[in-house]
Design a binder for this molecule. Structure first.
Ligand code: PBG
Length: 325
């Protein structure tokens, strides 16, 4: 007797009760996901929905503590924090202030939820008056002078209790600068998640509304990566590993799954992917129009990102999907 067509084998597995789930290769789990939050400084009780990101809020530090209650109960493992300070200046002084918006929020969150992993985004763009990720002189972002400010900022975050710092500025040499600053102060255990492969992307649009961090002049193409480049991603990634990054991130996620897969195949460190604001907004907008099943496309997108090689995924969908995982 000849065996039946091979295609029937897959079908038999899918159609047998329970077997489909048992043989599934990629399973999205709660511990894969990290929820981003925007913390505002002006009003501790603020809870302002972000117009272009339905379901996401700018939260004051007290409002955030309350907001976390339910997701933590539902199994939320990790969050990443972005600060929206009241005052901005040329030096981004708010970024590293011991009583700055992030430092205060981290202290409170770790006191209330010691088991929740708190990651902090380390960048200057939310704190500079011009909105660039580094210090600016004569209209140009200055790489080396920025490193010191980033290291100050990262140190202030771990001093406040952050479990991991995530530099997203894309200055060259910042992982090494942050690592040596943390080590010098005895924070040898705190890992660095480097946004190693961050493209100059139009998908960050809604985030810049949420974080009030759109650059006042020019754009970020001098320090963020060209969407046409993939080999460069490997160079950036290897450089950050050599500088001491514990984990690397690719961002955005969905338009760059090939890059994520290439890194997965060539590197052996853990990888993160950021499903960014624009990716979220697109799906939410379609859901609102009744054009797509929001929950299903969210699960499918995140499964795809994991399948391409992400160990953890930063996603605005995290808290919404927790009860389903
Ligand atoms: C800060 C930063 C940005 C994002 C994360 N960190 C914005 C940017 O580089 O312009 C984008 C995240 C998102 O779009 O959800 N540099």
């Amino acid at each position: 007797m000849t065996p039946s067509e091979p295609c029937f084998r897959g079908r038999r597995l899918r159609n047998t009760v329970g077997l489909r789930d048992m043989v599934r290769e990629i399973r999205l789990e709660r511990q894969d996901l990290v929820q981003p939050y925007f913390v505002v400084e002006d009003d501790p009780e603020a809870r302002r929905e972000i117009a272009s990101m339905p379901g996401q809020f700018q939260l004051g530090r007290e409002a955030l503590l309350r907001e976390l209650e339910q997701p933590v109960r539902q199994g939320l493992r990790a969050i990443v924090l972005f600060g929206v300070p009241e005052h901005k200046d040329e030096q981004a002084s708010g970024a590293s202030h011991p009583r700055g918006v992030i430092q205060e929020a981290v202290q409170r969150i770790k006191r209330a939820y010691p088991e929740l992993m708190v990651i902090t985004d380390v960048c200057l763009c939310e704190y500079t008056s011009h909105g660039h990720c580094g210090l600016v002189e004569n209209g140009l972002v200055q790489n080396d002078p920025t490193l010191d400010r980033l290291a100050d900022t990262a140190l202030s975050h771990v001093q406040a209790g952050a479990d991991m710092v995530a530099p997203s500025d894309m200055m060259d040499g910042r992982v090494a600068a942050i690592r040596s600053r943390l080590d010098a102060h005895g924070f040898v255990q705190e890992p660095i998640l480097s946004y190693a492969v961050k493209y100059a992307s139009a998908f960050y649009g809604p985030f810049r509304d949420a974080a009030q961090s759109a650059p006042e002049f020019g754009d970020r193409r001098t320090y963020q990566m060209d969407p046409g480049n993939k080999r460069e991603a490997l160079r950036e990634a290897r450089a950050d590993v050599a500088e001491g990054a514990d984990m690397l991130m690719v961002k955005p996620a969905q338009p760059y799954l090939d890059v994520l897969q290439a890194l997965r195949e060539r590197l052996d460190c853990p990888l993160a992917a950021y499903q960014v604001s624009g990716e979220y907004s697109m799906l939410k907008a379609s859901e609102r129009m009744g054009w797509l099943d929001g929950t299903q496309v969210a699960l499918e997108s995140l499964t795809g990102i994991k399948r391409a090689g992400a160990d953890i995924i930063l996603s605005y969908y995290t808290t919404e999907l927790l009860p389903l995982l």
